[in-house]
Design a protein around this ligand. Structure first.
Ligand SMILES: *Cc1c(COP(=O)(O)O)cnc(C)c1O
Length: 404
């Protein structure tokens, strides 16, 4: 036999396992010093009561032979696809047909699996810093080339730094697949409709595909920031969108998301929608009934209200971190439309050096920007997903340490 030796190319020191190692070593040596974790992008608030009620009810239905459900429809029950089309799209002036929506176990799987329907010969473009899934899944698929000088030889990197206000510049060579994530993880920065239109135009002119990850759309507060790429004219012929209930409704442990593949999106006359439908029907057996009921409850009146309150809780944390750091004299970005605060490390500290300082001196854990790509060096990510109390405490510790 032969293995897929693309897997051997993947960098073994994964960012979050590195962080975990350092944190575990510190805790073992200093068991009396409690750590505040504002690192990993996982939520901490419990699910909305509307979701919990819907799940309990669904469990009871599974217990009765009259209402028991076996395999769900591959792409999602009609009632949830309708709710998505109505609430996430129609109410924002976008017409998406239910047959264009594919319910799944989350956006990470979909972002990774979408490569199944795309040739290995495509040239891929990613932002730098980047959500590592986009890069690693292309390495596995054999699209990346080799790792040389800190980057993959066949991946086109688009640096996003303070110099360009964390918005990628249009490629200067032809690229085929462009991953865009806005509001962005890790920088927390958003893109306006005007800026996103430039990408849609680029993709339509060049026959490129935009893979748009809008996992953080629920955190948008500014009017000129699109929640969906399909709010942009022309996007249906060049874009696929990934959505998730993870950050919107705290489903990181429940697992549910969806992907929108418009019928108008074609390559040499072939609809990508039909390829994705075939791919999902072959390799995926649908989202559990209980989970679909929980996700559908996010669109009920009380569900919407409860979820908005949870998002507001995190948004307030983001503001506490952003304002607190600003008062300390840090240069800070993000937070306004996202749960992430992206800060410039003080005194040109390396981002891992800054990580070590926060951990060892004040027991606050964040994420070094360099872990997301070379252009993340000199930056650091803090997340708003902690509790309010811990967030305030972490900001106090930073103030006491850095303001002399
Ligand atoms: C958290 C996150 C997701 C969501 O992934 P799920 O698999 O749905 O939990 C997607 N994209 C980005 C950039 C994320 O940070």
């Amino acid at each position: 036999m032969k293995i897929n030796d693309n897997f051997l190319k993947i960098q073994s020191s994964y960012l979050f396992s590195n962080i975990a190692k350092k944190v575990n070593a510190y805790t073992a040596a200093n068991p009396d010093k409690p750590i505040i974790r504002l690192g990993i992008g996982d939520v901490t608030r419990p699910l909305a009561p509307a979701c919990i009620d819907a799940m309990h009810k669904a469990v009871d239905e599974m217990a009765d032979e009259k209402t028991f459900m076996g395999y769900p429809p591959e792409y999602g029950h009609k009632w949830i696809l309708e709710a998505i089309a109505e609430n996430d799209y129609r109410q924002r002036g976008v017409e998406i047909d239910e047959s264009e929506i594919f319910l799944s176990d989350g956006a990470k799987s979909d972002c990774g699996n979408i490569g199944d329907i795309l040739s290995v010969d495509n040239k891929v473009a990613v932002c730098d810093p980047v959500y590592p899934v986009y890069v690693d899944t292309n390495v596995m698929a054999g699209r990346s080339g080799d790792f040389v000088n800190g980057g993959w030889s066949n991946i086109y990197y688009m640096p996003c730094t303070a110099e360009n206000n964390f918005l990628p510049c249009l490629p200067t060579e032809k690229v085929d697949i462009i991953y865009l994530c806005f509001p962005n993880n890790p920088t927390g920065m958003a893109i306006t409709k005007t800026e996103l239109k430039k990408w849609v135009d680029y993709a339509n002119e060049n026959g490129s595909l935009i893979l748009f990850d809008s996992a953080y759309e629920a955190f948008i507060t500014e009017d000129d920031v699109p929640h969906s790429i399909f709010e942009i004219e022309g996007a249906k012929t060049c874009a696929i969108e990934f959505r998730s209930f993870s950050k919107t409704a705290g489903f990181t442990g429940v697992r549910c998301g969806y992907t929108v593949v418009p019928h108008d999106l074609k390559c040499d006359g072939v609809e990508l929608n039909s390829l994705w439908a075939r791919r999902q029907a072959t390799k995926f057996n649908g989202v559990s009934y209980i989970t679909q009921r929980a996700a559908a409850a996010c669109y009920s009146e009380e569900g919407k209200k409860q979820i908005r309150e949870i998002i507001a809780y995190y948004q307030n944390n983001a503001k506490v971190i952003y304002n607190g750091l600003k008062e300390c004299g840090f240069t800070v970005y993000g937070a306004k439309n996202s749960p992430y605060v992206w800060l410039k490390t003080p005194d040109n500290m390396g981002s891992w050096e800054f990580f070590d300082t926060l951990l060892n001196e004040i027991q606050v854990v964040g994420t070094p920007g360099e872990g997301f790509g070379p252009s993340g060096e000199g930056y650091f990510r803090l997340t708003a997903f902690g509790s309010y109390e811990n967030t305030v405490k972490a900001v106090e510790r930073i103030k006491n340490y850095f303001v002399k």
